[in-house]
Design a protein around this ligand. Structure first.
Ligand code: PEP
Length: 251
């Protein structure tokens, strides 16, 4: 049984005070983490506030990025070792904004995934195609290549704990959601790719999220799909009310 996961991605929004206010507004109304796990990915400058304010709540913190080395002369980067020492369980990697604006490659994403697991955290590995690739009918191949490159060399145990977020780039922050059928088709393909590379058991344990204009109005339909285990949510995770509606989609 895969536990559904609703993960917010605040991107470069909110300061530490707003972070504490958000947690205080949602904390008593979140589902039990055994029923629906809830995560917020926050900018590095807000993580201390997020960790402190969400301790003893059902909300888990995530970093939005990290480097693939634990320490050294890497000005401006964030250490996975320190994130782990801060008790942060998840790190988002390979988001399309990081790939596009910061030139993060599949190889970087793979190195980050290894380092995150080495530091006993879990990567939320993002993949997804552009509109051009979708229109050429090459979505499954593109996503398959990103998944294979991103998880290269990971062990069975690591992949069974991994979270993959399928986020079509054309649906991120555009208000255009993939239909639940389009989302399910690619999420099912991702699980098949992992099944072929590892085993059915590993693929059945691994969680696959959909992301791209997820909102309270469409979460239920998306969550009704067999291979969609949750959502990675940008815009609709910023307001306590809409995040709570997403987290409690089952009620
Ligand atoms: C995202 O940031 O990963 C995302 C999917 O954004 P939005 O929900 O705003 O489309």
């Amino acid at each position: 049984m895969r536990i559904p996961l609703i993960a917010g991605n605040w991107k470069m929004n909110k300061n530490p005070e707003q972070t504490r206010e958000f947690v205080s507004a949602v904390k008593s109304k979140l589902p039990q983490s055994g029923k629906v796990e809830t995560v917020i990915g926050a900018p590095a400058v807000d993580l201390e506030a997020l960790v402190e304010s969400s301790a003893d709540t059902q909300l888990k913190p995530a970093a939005e990025n990290c480097y693939f080395e634990d320490a050294g002369a890497f000005t401006g980067e964030n250490s996975p070792k320190v994130l782990s020492e801060m008790h942060i369980p998840y790190v988002i990697i390979g988001h399309s904004e990081r790939r596009e604006y910061f030139h993060e490659t599949d190889e970087d994403v793979n190195k980050k995934a290894h380092q995150i697991f080495k530091n006993r955290m879990t990567p939320i590995l993002c993949v997804g195609e552009s509109l051009e690739i979708r229109e050429k009918g090459e979505t499954n191949k593109w996503v398959e290549d990103q998944v294979k490159a991103g998880i290269k060399g990971l062990t069975e145990d690591q992949v069974s704990r991994l979270v993959i977020a399928y986020e079509p780039i054309w649906a991120i922050g555009t208000g255009k959601t993939a239909t639940s059928e389009q989302a399910e088709e690619v999420c099912a393909h991702i699980r098949k790719v992992v099944e072929k590379l590892y085993s059915e058991g590993v693929a059945e344990k691994m969680r696959v999220l959909y992301g791209g204009s997820v909102k309270p109005e469409n979460i239920k339909e998306l969550m009704g799909k067999k291979n969609i285990d949750g959502g990675l949510v940008g815009g609709a995770s910023l307001e306590p009310e809409s995040f709570l509606q997403l987290a409690n989609y089952n009620d």
